[in-house]
Design a protein around this ligand. Structure first.
Ligand SMILES: Cc1cc2nc3c(=O)[nH]c(=O)nc-3n(C[C@H](O)[C@H](O)[C@H](O)COP(=O)(O)OP(=O)(O)OC[C@H]3O[C@@H](n4cnc5c(N)ncnc54)[C@H](O)[C@@H]3O)c2cc1C
Length: 459
């Protein structure tokens, strides 16, 4: 799969926040239980781990590894990378990852869901005053997490990972080859270097070279297209605390179109798995649907990128593991991946810290597999539910009308937000569940009948 990222510069008014982890945080050492079976490393030598990629997955992994006493090197090809992304994060990520509040550009408390026939439903009525969806700029979040990893003791290198060589004997080293970029030596294209490590965490996103090297296999992917639009200030007021989701065959046959607020502009985008060649047509339709609200806007950046549809066939091989998009952890239906990237990065790192008894022993494949088992145990239900929702409600305009109608229900709103904001599949109230099932069937029947009538009219 080739990278589809393309970009032009962002305005300087969206300056990145100077990031830095506190020394209190850096000093907090993660203490792990000693692993019984793996060989102890010679005294004075600690376990060495290379984290490839410095997005949310890589930053979170490197921080947890360094805190856990592991000698950590993070390799990121572009320090000011601005990942094409809507930047929506769930509330629980702010507390779980101890994110400072000024990292959050917008607190979305109102979500408008807009049906194919432009019926708009406001979602967010059930939110408590302290609840919101956070909107971040990726260049700011990623830089913050990387800087915090550095404060915790990780070495952060600016370089392009090229490939790795697997060890030839059981506890031997992996050799990581990369192009080292050093602005001070004036060399364009970097200098070829290599590094010996005991384990590798592949956090290098959807086009992962680590995944390719380990023979992880491919996944189906969606292509997401997004335009950053600077809209007049009076129009920006509408998006102060609001995001919009548009559904319909026009904006995407299998996903949704969105308008997400950023610091001083909005991100307008859409995605599709099934009709990738038509992505620009869907983008034009999304822009058209939001026309009244973004009129007079100027496109300041155009970007596109693959979004994985499901985990790769293989996520661990020997002492190499994949996390985040490299592993394929984006949910269907919502296309959410930032939280899962950071979470999987941290979980993989914690498994390495535990398996190596705080960097004093060699790790084994079985240690890395513990991270996979725990990640799947925690999040498989969330992925499954969203997969089913996408199959049921994104398959036709009639089903989408029903979906939007259903979203007006307070119970649905509460369940959806609780699941999204706190990352758990919320057990429902049996009576309300029955009511919801009846209402859903009713909505689907009504919408299908409406579609049939519409087809008669247009024939
Ligand atoms: C248009 C769009 C909108 C989205 N909107 C949202 C949203 O609103 N909310 C949400 O939760 N998710 C969203 N996602 C998904 C989200 O962006 C990803 O799931 C998330 O970025 C995954 O994080 P990651 O750290 O695994 O990978 P990435 O963020 O892709 O980071 C990978 C890092 O590795 C670096 N890298 C890559 N190759 C190399 C190499 N060879 N050597 C060194 N470094 C390398 C890259 O420069 C990058 O910094 C969206 C995705 C797209 C495409």
């Amino acid at each position: 799969m080739t990278s589809l990222s393309s970009a032009v510069a962002l305005p300087s008014s969206c300056r990145a926040r100077p990031a830095g982890g506190s020394s209190r945080r850096a000093a907090r050492l993660l203490v792990a239980r000693a692993a019984a079976s793996s060989p102890k490393l010679p005294s004075g030598r600690r376990l060495r781990v290379a984290v490839v990629g410095g997005g949310p997955a890589g930053g979170a992994a490197a921080e947890a590894l360094a805190k856990g006493g592991v000698e950590t090197v993070l390799i990121e090809r572009k320090m000011d990378n601005c990942k094409p992304c809507g930047g929506a994060i769930p509330l629980c990520m702010v507390s779980e990852f101890d994110l400072p509040l000024d990292l959050v550009d917008r607190k979305v408390r109102k979500m408008k869901m807009i049906s194919p026939s432009n019926v708009a439903v406001d979602i967010g009525r059930t939110l408590a005053p302290h609840e919101y969806i956070g909107m971040v700029r990726r260049e700011v979040l990623d830089d913050y997490l990387r800087t915090r990893a550095k404060s915790a003791g990780a070495e952060v290198l600016n370089g392009l990972f090229l490939r790795y060589e697997a060890p030839k004997e059981p506890n031997g080293s992996y050799v990581v080859h990369y192009n080292h970029y050093d602005s001070s030596n004036g060399k364009v294209g970097g200098e070829k270097r290599s590094l010996e490590v005991d384990a590798i965490v592949g956090a290098d996103g959807a086009n992962s070279r680590v995944a390719k090297d380990m023979g992880a296999g491919d996944y189906e992917y969606a292509i997401a297209f997004q335009e950053r639009v600077k809209i007049p200030d009076d129009k920006m007021v509408y998006y102060e605390e609001r995001a919009e989701m548009y559904v319909g065959d026009d904006v995407s046959p299998d996903f949704y179109g969105w308008v997400f607020p950023k610091c001083d502009h909005v991100a307008v985008g859409t995605g599709t798995v099934t009709h990738k060649a038509d992505i620009k047509k869907f983008q034009a339709a999304t822009r058209l649907r939001a026309k009244d609200k973004i009129e007079g806007g100027r496109i300041i950046r155009v970007e596109a990128h693959p979004i994985p549809e499901h985990p790769r066939p293989k996520r661990v091989s020997g002492r190499v593991t994949l996390v985040g998009d490299a592993a394929g952890y984006v949910t269907k239906c919502s296309g959410e991946g930032i939280y899962f990237a950071a979470k999987s990065g941290r979980m993989a790192a914690e498994a390495i810290v535990a398996g190596s008894a705080n960097g004093t022993r060699m790790v084994e494949e079985s240690d890395l597999r513990k991270y996979l088992a725990e990640f799947d145990r925690l999040y498989w239900p969330t992925y499954k539910v969203l997969d089913i929702l996408q199959k049921v409600f994104y398959r036709s305009n009639a089903a989408r009308e029903a979906f939007v109608e259903m979203c007006a229900d307070d119970y649905v709103q509460k369940m959806t937000f609780d699941s999204y904001l706190y990352k758990r599949v919320v057990p429902g109230n049996p009576l309300d569940d029955i009511k919801l099932a009846v209402n859903t069937i009713g909505s689907l029947v009504r919408a299908t009948a409406l579609r049939r009538e519409m087809e008669k009219v247009t024939l």
